[in-house]
Design a protein around this ligand. Structure first.
Ligand SMILES: [Zn+2]
Length: 81
């Protein structure tokens, strides 16, 4: 899933609303060494949900799997602009 590829690039560890921990199960060594998760793979999967919206190719929103809080991945950029 492309959503998972986006998540491992840069994702928050904790929910800003409920402080839930998104750290998931360990990624098997075999998969990490095979390069499925990039040159510097994370050690664990993330439970964080990435949402794609029309108009941008990639994850635009994050959603917490625990409390369903949704927030903009680019909120810092939006504030600067
Ligand atoms: Zn949450």
């Amino acid at each position: 899933m492309s959503v998972n590829e986006e998540i491992k690039m840069e994702h928050p560890r904790y929910c800003p609303n409920c402080n839930g921990d998104f750290k998931g199960k360990p990624i098997p060594e075999k998969c990490r060494k095979a390069g499925h998760y990039g040159p510097n793979p994370d050690t664990h999967y993330s439970l964080l949900i990435g949402i794609e919206t029309p108009g941008y190719d990639g994850v635009s929103l994050w959603k917490c799997p625990f409390c369903h809080h949704t927030w903009n991945r680019f909120y810092r950029v939006d504030k600067v602009a």
